[in-house]
Ligand binder design. Structure first.
Ligand code: ATP
Ligand code: MG
Length: 399
């Protein structure tokens, strides 16, 4: 939705350009930052969380602070016309901050007590420490009084969910190549969190609505409020309360609260299956046996004649059949019940690199299926790949 277009320039270096003004003290120390956003009753707990996170970085909170007045001006007083989305924790507005000449997304969290406060703190700290082309950039925040507002770079195409699931009739569905590009970029974002961040970060909320898209459909992960630092030392997992979104949670995490990077790999598998099928992880509007996407897909993974039935009907057969088989193989591997047998996200990135390469016209027309007859294809090795994921007798490969 167009709000107003006052800011042509973007990419300005805003880090550390902290300005002070009379009603806005810049929290440059950990103590003042935590104090600013904590209720009295949970301040010490928040200090622990913040100390743990800041130990992992250089102790800097790079995000800029804004006053409520700044953000009210940026969003024309949170005008309904500027509203671009609404999630479980609050509303998201498009705005423009004149002092930095930048179009932004302003997320005003509902004032829902302790949990919202904790997530706000984790989000600000995590996004201050983590920087990658496939993670959304946090420009700043406002913690005036009981306000909790996050200011992000504005992602003009919204979320993957907006382009994939329950599309209005007039909206053009994503083509196969764009779907693979989005999957690859999102996997790269996870790879950065798991393999480059030190200690590793478990994202915990990988889902279509948290994958935002820039003007070229490059994906960026958003919403780090649930993220956790991964296990350190000899520990294989972190134990935590089960959070996240039903339908995307790995089974072992949902059952025991034991969290590893493989829980994110499972959630990636669910989203990748949504990307391939155009179906929601949980869709109560479908017949009972189709409401849970993974439960619906598991028997189909074992029968190659059913593979083309899994492709999103909105693709109208315009996908490379070999690419579909490979994509389903990757999804099935990520969705294995046993966490240790799921691939590492770096392996997924490598596998997706091939799928996301744009094909020449000749190559794609050779491979594209407009005829739903999988028997036409004799790609035996790929069939084996997918089938083995559902076969309980197969030997598990320790990652
Ligand atoms: N940085 C951004 N740029 C542009 N649009 C955004 C941005 N952040 C969020 N949005 C839009 O706002 C919507 C709501 O986002 P939000 O993160 O609040 O909730 P959600 O992810 O949909 O749900 P949940 O609260 O369950 O996580 C998104 O789906 C997206 O369309
Ligand atoms: Mg979100």
């Amino acid at each position: 939705m167009g709000c107003f277009s006052c800011c042509a320039a973007d990419g300005d270096e805003i880090r550390n350009s902290l300005k002070k003004n009379k009603d806005n003290k810049t929290p440059t120390t950990l103590d003042s930052f935590v104090k600013n956003i904590s209720f009295k009753s949970d301040a010490s707990k928040h200090r622990l969380i913040a100390a743990e996170l800041l130990k992992a970085g250089k102790g800097n909170i790079a995000a800029k602070t804004f006053t409520f007045k700044d953000l009210a001006a940026a969003t024309k007083n949170f005008k309904p016309e500027c509203l671009v989305g609404e999630g479980g924790f609050g509303r998201v507005y498009k705005g423009c901050i004149e002092s930095i000449n930048q179009v932004v997304a302003v997320k005003q969290l509902d004032r829902n007590g302790l949990q919202g406060n904790r997530e706000f703190l984790v989000e600000v700290l995590m996004l201050s420490l983590l920087h990658h082309p496939n993670l959304v950039n946090l420009i700043g925040y406002c913690a005036d009084g009981d306000q909790r507002i996050l200011v992000y770079e504005y992602m003009p195409l919204g979320s993957l969910e907006d382009h994939l699931l329950d599309l209005p009739a007039e909206k053009k569905p994503l083509d196969w190549g764009t779907r693979m590009k989005i999957a690859q970029g999102a996997a790269r974002g996870l790879e950065y969190l798991h393999d480059t961040a030190n200690p590793p970060v478990i994202y915990r909320d990988f889902k279509a609505s948290n994958i935002l898209l820039d003007e070229d459909f490059n994906p960026k992960l958003s919403d780090f409020g649930l993220a956790k630092l991964g296990p350190t030392g000899d520990k294989s997992h972190v134990s935590t309360r089960v959070m996240g979104t039903y339908g995307y949670c790995a089974p072992e995490y949902a059952l025991t609260g034991q969290l590893t990077t493989k829980s994110d790999v499972y959630s990636f598998g669910v989203v990748f299956l949504e990307i391939i099928t155009g179906r929601r992880a949980i869709d109560t509007a479908r017949p009972t046996n189709e409401q849970n996407l993974v439960t619906w897909a598991q028997p189909l993974f074992k029968d190659r004649r059913k593979f083309t039935l899994m492709a999103d009907p909105l693709l109208e057969g315009n996908y490379p059949i070999k690419g579909l088989y490979q994509a389903l193989a990757i999804a099935a591997m990520c969705l294995q019940e046993e966490a240790s047998t799921r691939p590492l996200i770096s392996d997924v990135v490598t596998a997706l690199e091939y799928l996301a390469v744009p094909k020449t016209d000749e190559e794609s027309s050779k491979n594209t299926s407009n005829c739903p007859s999988p028997d036409r294809n004799n790609d035996g090795d790929l069939e084996g790949d997918v089938r083995s994921q559902g076969n309980e007798d197969d030997e598990d490969e320790e990652q």
